[in-house]
Design a protein around this ligand. Sequence first.
Ligand code: SAM
Ligand code: DTB
Ligand code: SF4
Length: 320
Amino acid sequence: MTGTATTRPDVDAALALLERPLLDLVFEAARVHREHHDPRRVQCSQLLSIKTGGCPEDCTYCSQSAHFDTPAPRAPRMDVDEVLAEARRAKESGADRFCMGAAWREVRDGADFDAVLAMVRGVKDLGLEACVTLGMLDDGQARRLAEAGLDYYNHNLDTGRSHYDAIVSTRTYDDRLATLASVRAAGVRVCCGGILGLGEDRRARAELLAELAALDPQPESVPVNTLVPIEGTPLGGSEPLPWTELVRTVAAARLLMPRSAVRLSAGRSELHDAAQALCFLAGANSIFVGDELLTTPNPDPGTDADLLAALGLEAVRGAR
Ligand code: SAM
Ligand code: DTB
Ligand code: SF4
């Protein structure tokens, strides 16, 4: 198999975790979380879509795929200066990592990639951690990103292998693993997770968790997104995920990847405060901050600040 996985994904063990009584699972995850992390600290990343829409991939959840007619705007690749102005604002409002996303199938060498490299250098000069998500890339491109100072590359596996073909047809699971291997080989930290609520069952969620946990080394950062249904996409009318399944997945991720940051990612706007609190207890220790994700809303920064304060949590200050 291509990729960084050197251990066999243990799907049955992950499924056994997901099927435990909810509060036993949360209790155990909270204990492990406290062994490896300061449970009061939450890492805060801010997203910016640096190239929006018109993507050739057919990801059935995504507002930016050119295959579907969605309300999301299209916008060409932003200029470096505009991006750095946004990064400055993100820093002032308390983010410690700036994540730039592009609706590309893959990175192509040339003016666009050179601009991204300049963005990474500029974000680093501001004293922020830099993350990008640009689709597939090769070893040489990953090396150039590393040389520019990139801290993290985000590239999600999205769902379990058995459910993948129902979600995306324009690439394979092994394509994703190959990009993750290039990122790892270049010495860039890996941000890799998935999306819940794509019509998958618990076993498919267990497959995803087992696959992530089998990456060696495990991803430093694991975003757990819940589907934000997008009008016009095949998954636009999906049933909402029960919040308890999200809590179970966060807890199982914490137990299977004790040292990773687990990011409570897309879907927080639809999640009530008590469910978010349970996710933080179960080991989530990172969020996206700011009004917007890439093309959809995120909770208002004031509301988030109130929630963190009410729970006795604090944002990590300054790049690590
Ligand atoms: N095009 C690149 C790629 O797919 O790797 C980067 C951008 S893509 C929008 C980044 C991630 O956002 C996807 O891998 C997916 O996990 C997540 N995502 C996209 N649309 C979403 C939605 N509607 N709800 C939740 N997560 C979503
Ligand atoms: C990730 O796992 N979640 C972020 C980030 N990586 C790039 C993106 C969430 C996108 C949610 C839908 C949207 O705003 O378009
Ligand atoms: Fe393109 Fe990424 Fe959206 Fe898939 S998830 S359609 S690759 S922007």
